[in-house]
Design a protein around this ligand. Structure first.
Ligand code: BV8
Length: 258
């Protein structure tokens, strides 16, 4: 663990570039510079409610329309937002490095809009919904929605967001794939997460326990800063472009940078 901020040293670049595979694990902080509030930001205070108050089965069963109003407000905000240089830098790493996996806690789809292909979405997507009767998953990219709550086109039942709510298990396939990515990567880059929500937040520890070199990028130290090999304190959109460029250059040269 480094005290304060670590610099983007050549050694750090080499460790990331030379790793057998690179896993990237992101949280809401990577979307902050796109104007999307983090969970600890004002999103938690939407209409006086905290995220945990509305991201639950109980809240949805109690008042589905209120929960959908919250999600629709977020959808409209995300639809207006654009991926930032942090998202783009991760897509650059994915294209340049053969063995790469992106795992995100985010439901905003900004990684895909930045060019990342098939990220593991541990907590689902705000752009999909699930029928509460048939449990089929449907695309819900239409925004704004004509009416709330949206209903299933096949059976007329209310749809729910295809996201993981507090108290719900993570989808088995994605979580298993994420655990494999963490357990078998040679290096992990952890970006923009307070690492407080389990079981997703266990992934950096899984990587570390399996011998990976783990670097964190965050605007402040977090619950895992004592665990990782280096914490670069700074905004993802400011730190990741330089880091990605230098890692790509090292990987392309296969040795010391030109
Ligand atoms: C489960 C989708 C078990 C929905 C999300 C009591 C009751 C019930 C459950 C629990 C409980 N106590 C503990 C739990 C477990 C709970 C949990 O961990 N709670 C926490 C609050 C203690 N977990 C669960 O409930 C999980 N399920 O445990 O199921 C089970 C098992 C089997 C069978 C049945 C049940 C499910 C958790 C998933 C919840 N869904 N999202 C939606 O979004 O509407 S969680 C949501 O919050 C995110 O997805 C993310 O995971 C989490 C927030 O984390 P972050 O992304 O880190 O965001 P945060 O704001 O915290 O931090 C932002 C960071 O960015 C900060 O560090 C900041 O410094 C940094 N930053 C800011 N700007 C920048 C930046 N960094 C870089 N650049 C910048 N510019």
């Amino acid at each position: 663990m480094t005290e304060g901020t670590a610099e983007i040293t050549q050694e750090l670049v080499d460790r990331l570039a030379d790793a057998s595979s690179l896993a990237v694990f992101t949280g809401s902080g990577i979307s902050a510079e796109s104007g999307i509030p983090t969970y600890r930001g004002n999103i938690a205070l939407w209409a006086g409610f905290r995220a945990e108050d509305l991201s639950s089965v109980e809240a949805f069963e109690r008042d589905p329309e209120q929960v959908w109003q919250w999600y629709e407000a977020r959808r409209r905000q995300i639809a207006e937002a654009r991926p930032n240089p942090g998202h783009a830098a991760i897509a650059t790493l994915e294209r340049a490095l053969g063995r790469f996996r992106l795992v995100t806690q985010n439901i905003d789809g900004l990684h895909q809009r930045a060019g990342s292909v098939d990220p593991i979405e541990l907590h689902g997507s705000i752009w999909r919904a699930r029928c509460t009767r048939e449990h089929i998953i449907v695309d819900l990219s239409e925004c704004p929605l004509a009416s709330l709550p949206p209903v299933c086109g096949r059976c007329g039942a209310i749809l729910r967001p295809d996201v993981v709510w507090f108290g719900e298990p993570l989808p088995h396939g994605p979580f298993e794939a994420a655990q494999d990515a963490a357990a078998f990567c040679g290096a992990m880059l952890v970006v923009g997460t307070s690492a407080q929500v389990m079981p997703a937040a266990s992934l950096p520890l899984v990587a570390k326990q399996n011998g990976a070199f783990v670097v964190e990028v965050n605007t402040e130290p977090t619950a895992i800063s004592a665990l990782v090999d280096a914490t670069i304190v700074g905004p993802a959109g400011g730190v990741l472009p330089e880091l990605a460029d230098r890692v790509v250059e090292r990987a392309a040269s296969g040795g010391a940078p030109r």
